[in-house]
Design a protein around this ligand. Structure first.
Ligand code: URA
Length: 436
């Protein structure tokens, strides 16, 4: 196999065989193919797409680039959730402790920020000491002890995705249903889970900008999971505006602690309750979705979910004091408030621009080796449909280094469209459920 031949074939809209895909992935994972050739092939996939057999072969090649875990020795069902990514999308940190507190096991292998979207691992690492790089033995021990562990891909878990994900992040090759499907499902199928809830985002801050593309991706993900014998549903949820009131690693952790404490923004709380309810339902812990929602709300109200979060943080080496006092998290030295140039109503938000504003301030990566500043973030004061006065704050940028503040300001200032009339509709939180 010559990588250049596979790149040219995909460039010309040709189809690769299962064997060719297996060889390509194995060679890249082993270091036998350079990043520039893999990048070229990934771009060809973004532009030309992949057939269903190619996607199945890619997912399985990436899954089998490492070990597939088996937790069948642990009592109770193993369930997980995964989101395709967005701005302020922080539900994992709330849902994982709720579901573990409810008696199911949550072996969660997550990703880092990708493009303009944040990642669970980067958020968790803003908790001082929190180790997302547990070796597998330790992952197993934490999971058996408290019912949940949140880690990144180890060298053993879907190492092909780990390498390819980092490359896609910085080569403009994220937005491909085939690549997203293979990336998500190779990690998730390696976790030894029985069931998976997928949160497929759509809108201006999602990788899938329109609902039909999101539905196609959701169907692809559900079909792949079911073919591998898992119970899977996908919720298509809104990302036309940030989820909750913050985007930025430490700020999002603080917001999740608020939700676990029974407060926090309504949209974030509602989506967490819904996703956790689906996990309880697929994990056969409850018989109906309503029962699942009630159980989730009760676990928050009783403090058990928050307690579970504290236990996870402690077992993974993090500062548990953060759970009682989020003021211990990193805080940016400077803020800039973006105000409304006119009075009216928020008609729409260019949500991706807000995510990029956070990245250019240092809250995300533009190159694989970039270091993230956990304190960087955005705080959102207005949502679609809200009334706004001239000069009223729309959002605030929190930063330490001002080298690219001008760029971030311009992105945030132009992200809001303000109209004199109140919009007739505001985006719903959830559009559809696929695979139920
Ligand atoms: N999340 C992933 O794990 N992979 C993607 O490609 C996109 C979102």
């Amino acid at each position: 196999m010559r990588a250049v031949d596979l790149i040219r074939r995909k460039r010309d809209s040709g189809e690769l065989t299962r064997e060719e895909i297996e060889q390509l992935i194995a060679a890249y994972t082993a270091g036998g193919i350079p990043d520039y050739q893999m990048s070229a092939w990934l771009m060809a996939v973004v532009l030309r797409g992949m057939t269903r057999p190619e996607i199945a072969a890619l997912t399985e090649a990436m899954l089998h680039s490492g070990s597939v875990l088996d937790f069948s020795y642990l009592p109770s069902r193993k369930v997980d959730k995964h989101s395709t990514g967005g701005v302020g999308d922080k539900t994992s940190l709330v849902i994982a402790p709720i579901v573990a507190a409810g008696g199911l096991k949550v072996p969660m292998i997550s990703g880092r920020g990708l493009g303009h979207s944040g990642g669970t691992l980067d958020k968790l690492e803003s908790i001082p000491g929190f180790n997302v790089n547990l070796p597998l033995d330790e992952f197993r021990r934490v999971l058996a002890t408290c019912g949940c562990s949140l880690i990144g891909q180890t060298a053993e878990i879907a190492p092909a995705d780990k390498k390819i994900y980092a490359l896609r992040d910085v080569t403009g090759t994220v937005e491909s249903p085939a690549l997203i499907c293979a990336s998500i499902m190779s990690k998730k199928l390696a976790e030894g889970i029985d069931a998976l809830v997928l949160d497929v985002k759509t809108g201006s801050g999602a990788f899938m900008k329109n609902i039909e593309d999101a539905a196609n991706l959701a169907e692809l993900l559900v079909e792949t999971g079911k073919r591998m014998g898992k119970k899977v549903v996908a919720l298509i949820t809104d990302m036309n505006q940030p989820l909750g009131c913050t985007a930025g690693n430490a700020m999002e952790v603080a917001e999740c602690i608020e939700v676990l404490g029974g407060a926090g923004p309504t949209d974030l709380r509602e989506l967490c309750l819904e996703l956790a309810a689906w996990m309880f339902l697929l994990g056969e812990r409850v018989k109906t979705l309503d029962e699942g929602k009630k159980l989730s709300a009760d676990l928050i109200a009783s403090g058990l979910a928050r307690e579970k979060f504290r236990e996870i943080v402690g077992l993974q080496g993090g500062d548990v004091g953060v759970v009682d006092d989020p003021g211990r998290l990193a805080r940016a030295k400077h803020s800039f408030v973006v105000t409304s140039p006119l009075a009216g109503y928020i008609a729409s938000i260019q949500c991706e621009q807000l995510g990029v504003a956070g990245v250019v301030l240092g809250g995300g990566r533009e190159k694989k080796e970039d270091k993230i500043d956990p304190a960087v973030g955005l705080e959102f004061h207005k949502r679609i449909g809200d009334a706004v006065e001239r000069g009223e704050p729309l959002c605030a940028l929190h930063y330490n280094a001002d080298t690219r503040l001008v760029e971030a300001r311009s992105l945030a200032e132009t992200a809001y469209r303000i109209e004199p009339e109140k919009p007739k509709t505001v985006p719903p939180l959830i559009y559809r459920v696929i695979g139920a």
